[in-house]
Design a protein around this ligand. Sequence first.
Ligand code: NAD
Length: 424
Amino acid sequence: MSEKLSFVHPTPNSPWGTYLQQVDRVVPYLGDLAKWAETLKRPKRALIVDVPIEMDDGRIAHYEGYRVQHNMSRGPGKGGVRFHPDVTLEEVMALSAWMTVKTAAVNLPYGGAKGGIRVDPKKLSLKELEKVTRRYTSEIGIIIGPHTDIPAPDVNTNGQIMAWMMDTYSMNTGGTATGVVTGKPLHLGGSLGRVKATGRGVFVTGREAARRLGLDLRGARVAVQGFGNVGSVAAELFAEAGAKIVAVQDHTGTVVNENGLDLEKLIPISRTPAGAAGFEGGDKVPNEQFWEVACDILIPAALEGQITAERAKKTKAKLVLEGANGPTVPEADDILAERGVLVVPDVICNAGGVTVSYFEWVQDFSSFFWDEDEINVRLDRIMMNALNQIWDTADKHKITLRTATYAVACERILMARQERGLYP
Ligand code: NAD
């Protein structure tokens, strides 16, 4: 970690640096609330933990873990946990801040938080993965809880990991605290519709953006980067609506087919170690070519910082749907806007996951569970209401959808801050 790291001096082009620029861009639209804007530039609390475990071969390994609570003005912290070899404190700070904006954008009663461990889970046995998860949960147990901060899945974490987190927290506190995490398996207080919720939200916001652009989804060409929980579900829903998935990239490589990739065959292969690169039903191309594929809709659904200025100049897409968090750097945002490419920003586009996480949390507290139709109807309604309000704000001020989302969200966050007042 850089010795110069601080809340206000980010590493250039880092996710945190991107986030700070996004905040700067909204300040002129905040009116009197602008005096509180500095609040958004500082995480409330950041915890770094050592995660030591005994490996299967008897060695002791140490991993670095984080939990950052960026802002809790509007409610408890909410945000996923990422297991990835490149995780840093600065990255988790940015991801937690985007959660603050996202929960406010869809008006859920949460603040923003995020966690992560710098580990490659693909190199761990199942037993080692469980130990890492449990020790990490125990270490961050001093700041998480059903009423304080509620983790959820993110990159390389899933329902099984949430079950271990819930169990560990419950063992440490007594009782069974189902509401401490969301994204759990169904029989442990999980919600129907949660697994597909983020991809579904990408589709719902994307369908509305396409409608406003006059872009018919039937026959529309879609390119998807990142083919995990978010990317593969979004791809399936666009394909069901008649679109062609012409390119997919994951960590194993890029596969292209201008007639449309056969998702029924591609999805199972992408779940194996061979990944998308192991799929025979398309041409394998060098990864950089993904960004120039002839397509109408581009869905980045992998990691941050993927749409650089260079790639923004190359893309043929008319519409970018940010399934990933922070996939577009600010310079690229400007290039896309100048080129007339519409970007539905992460903080609304991928908010479907946290919305159904909220439903899960509410269901856990009431011990009454809804059916899947009810979940999906409520999800679609919340996403559409939020998007329409953001679109009106963008039209009113003639600003991008990203700055408009920040304007709507930051007004809610800073109003809460102002009404609560500063303690002491
Ligand atoms: P996941 O672990 O299920 O899938 C990640 C995908 O990205 C995999 O297909 C992997 O191969 C691919 N990938 C990783 N590194 C890559 C690289 N260098 N180049 C190309 N592809 C690469 O993760 P996920 O849950 O689908 O999350 C993806 C993105 O969506 C992340 O930015 C995450 O923060 C965001 N997100 C996830 C959720 C959720 O509910 N899971 C909610 C909101 C946002």
